[in-house]
Design a protein around this ligand. Structure first.
Ligand SMILES: NC(=O)c1ccc[n+]([C@@H]2O[C@H](COP(=O)([O-])OP(=O)(O)OC[C@H]3O[C@@H](n4cnc5c(N)ncnc54)[C@H](OP(=O)(O)O)[C@@H]3O)[C@@H](O)[C@H]2O)c1
Length: 295
């Protein structure tokens, strides 16, 4: 990307392979996933030095290594430092985990940002334990659909919100209850849940506060935390910015490889179709993840 703008600013160009430094590896990318932050950078909503290769989530094969953690030929997944929408990406070994053999590259690439964000929201910030409850706003999205399943695996009861077409999908992930945000009132969930996980932002955020039990917590990832409104209601509010953790990512990959959690892939597209992939993601109604395949 040479300039910010619409999806058309994404161009496929020939570029030199990035060079790994000490502690880094060069990965031959086999699949890369789209995250909303990618098109936020593209649109200039968040600062990024240009020209840039966008994309964080990758899965691929180590081409060369300057780290003792990985050797040439290892299959890895994680975050790309040099940009993931590329045939080759450089990454710190600390941002990568070994890819479980049972996981396809498309599945593995879908996990890093969405998986670690969902995990950290529920368990690190939300400190949810078995027997507790969580309301997940945006339960059909990249982050939300993993959060519903992580909750189920941990014995946490999840209530998921999405539009009506995603009702069966969200319940099928293991949500105990589904709320159609367009047709139903959240008022039916009043003073009830331990944690509200807000992956939607905007006007949705404050509507979630009344679902919390006294002392409960809203964890937001898509906008500022409503600290004052939360304090007025006797609940807490916290913004989560995901911190990469390769060990945690490895555990998430293990859950998917074991079949305990499923990654929903809305569409696999070619790298050359990245502009179309961005337009789809930007529409705000992706079910699960959009993945670019470089095979
Ligand atoms: N802070 C961080 O570290 C961090 C990390 C990851 C992501 N994020 C941010 O978190 C947000 C979500 O990311 P994502 O990857 O999950 O996005 P996504 O996959 O694009 O989310 C799409 C989903 O949102 C649902 N949705 C849209 N409006 C909704 C509403 N009003 N109520 C409930 N669901 C609604 C859609 O369901 P329907 O089609 O049924 O409407 C769709 O399934 C983005 O803004 C992203 O940038 C932040």
């Amino acid at each position: 990307m040479q300039q910010t703008g619409g999806p058309e600013v994404l161009r496929l160009v020939e570029a030199a392979r990035p060079e790994p430094g000490d502690g880094e590896v060069l990965v031959r990318v086999r699949a890369a996933a789209i995250n909303p932050i990618d098109w936020k950078y593209r649109r200039g909503l968040m600062p990024k030095q240009l020209p840039a290769v966008l994309g964080s989530d990758i899965s691929g094969v180590v081409e060369s290594s300057r780290s003792e953690r990985f050797a040439t030929g290892d299959e890895v997944f994680g975050l790309a430092a040099s940009g993931g929408y590329a045939e080759f990406a450089v990454s710190s070994a600390a941002l990568l985990a070994p890819k479980p053999a049972g996981l396809a590259h498309e599945q593995a690439a879908a996990l890093p940002v969405a998986g670690m964000t969902a995990w950290q929201a529920l368990f690190d910030v939300g400190e949810l334990r078995s027997g507790q409850s969580v309301l997940i706003a945006g339960a059909a999205g990249g982050v939300g659909h993993l959060a519903v399943q992580f909750a189920r695996v941990a014995g946490v009861q999840a209530i998921g919100t999405a539009s009506a077409r995603n009702r069966e999908f969200v319940l099928g992930l293991g949500a105990a209850r589904f709320i159609d945000y367009a047709g139903e009132e959240l008022a039916g969930v009043h003073g009830e849940v331990d944690v509200a996980f807000d992956t939607v932002g905007g006007a949705t955020t404050e509507t979630l506060l009344d679902t919390l039990r006294p002392g409960g917590m809203i964890v937001t990832i898509a906008g500022g935390a409503p600290e004052q409104a939360a304090a007025e209601r006797g609940v807490r509010a916290q913004l989560l910015v995901m911190s990469p953790d390769a060990e945690e990512l490895g555990r998430i990959g293990g859950l998917v490889a074991a079949g305990e959690v499923e990654v929903e892939i809305a569409q696999v597209m070619a790298l050359a179709d990245v502009a179309e992939a961005h337009a789809l993601s930007e529409s705000g109604h992706t079910r699960g993840k959009i993945v670019l395949s470089l095979d």
